[in-house]
Design a protein around this ligand. Structure first.
Ligand SMILES: Nc1nc2c(ncn2[C@@H]2O[C@H](COP(=O)(O)OP(=O)(O)O)[C@@H](O)[C@H]2O)c(=O)[nH]1
Ligand SMILES: [Mg+2]
Length: 295
């Protein structure tokens, strides 16, 4: 009898949810960075083994602030995940609770499915005497199904986490084919990979103010041709993204092209444009036009 079901990865921004998803399925599909709220879309990562099929749902981090349209969208997506999964993995990145965790405890009280607590980034805490008391105290605070220290980045204990998840999935036939690793198109992944490089290269505020739209995606036998627009909110931001003598845009283009070639297993010709669309991140209609809608 095989197992199949959905696994929600939840937790504050930056704890390593997307890194965990990529390492659990063994291929990079969800973009990551040191900046909070890199993940803007719900994305599925599918892993099929002999034991069954686990479908991981990566989400934007639950965030308490709802000031702008983008934040409201991020929050809605994160919340809706809790409704449709069989197992929840709550990821934290240090052996201590944060003030915002109180909000999650509140939301999880009413959730019927098993909740596994994954303490990520244990590579940063080699001293077990820091982690063990936290685990004990966590059980006193909440009836977690299991507590598992892991390092997503260094692949520590991920097999144990996977076994624990698989054990708790319902019995059933696979929902996706064995080869499928995500529900998203290559076109979507291409836009995300470009946004990842932008997020990693640019200063604090800018990544929130930009988005990427694929204008052309053509797979020829020897090469994939991709043309993309980087939308920013103001003329000044355009200047920054392009950089002195176009150097910033060139660097971002090169990094994105290499990542895309790895994903596609083929040469990529990448053309990037920077254009201004005023106030897009604050305007729900503009967001929809660029593909940010609930799905
Ligand atoms: N040291 C360490 N860093 C990690 C680990 N997992 C993720 N990170 C880093 O934490 C940052 C945030 O990761 P990301 O997956 O984008 O977090 P998300 O916002 O929860 O999806 C990135 O810089 C990752 O490289 C880990 O196991 N150890
Ligand atoms: Mg993420």
């Amino acid at each position: 009898m095989t197992k199949a079901g959905y696994v929600g990865l939840i937790g504050r921004p930056n704890v390593g949810k997307s890194t965990l998803l990529n390492h659990l399925i063994g291929q990079k599909i969800s973009i990551t960075s040191r900046r909070p709220q890199t993940t803007r879309h719900r994305i599925l990562g599918i892993r099929t083994t002999e034991g069954g099929q686990a479908i991981y749902v990566d989400t934007p981090g639950l965030d308490a602030s709802e000031r702008r349209a983008m934040n409201r969208y991020l929050n809605r997506t994160a919340q809706s995940v809790l409704a449709g999964v069989d197992v929840v993995v709550w990821v934290v990145d240090r052996p201590a609770w944060q003030p915002e965790d109180a909000l999650l405890f509140e939301r999880l009280k009413a959730v019927p499915m098993p909740i596994i607590l994954a303490i990520n980034k244990v590579d940063k805490y080699p001293d077990k005497s820091v982690v063990l008391p936290f685990l004990q105290a966590a059980l006193d605070r909440f009836p977690f199904a299991e507590l598992i220290p892991v390092s997503a980045l260094r692949d520590i204990n991920l097999d144990r986490l996977e076994a624990s998840i698989m054990q708790r999935l319902p019995e059933g036939e696979p929902i996706f084919t064995q080869e499928q690793i995500t529900d998203r198109s290559l076109r979507f992944l291409a836009a995300e990979f470009i946004r990842e490089k932008l997020t990693r290269s640019l200063d604090q505020e800018l990544p929130h103010a930009l988005t990427v739209e694929i204008e052309q995606f053509r797979e020829d036998p020897a090469i994939t041709r991709i043309s993309a627009v980087i939308w920013v909110e103001r003329e000044g931001q355009k200047v920054i993204v392009i950089g002195k003598k176009g150097e910033m845009l060139k660097k971002i283009g090169q990094q994105a092209r290499l990542a895309l070639e790895k994903l596609l297993g083929q040469k990529v010709y990448l053309n990037l444009w920077v254009k201004v669309k005023k106030g897009w991140s604050d305007n729900a209609r503009a967001l929809q036009g660029l593909g940010y809608h609930d799905d």
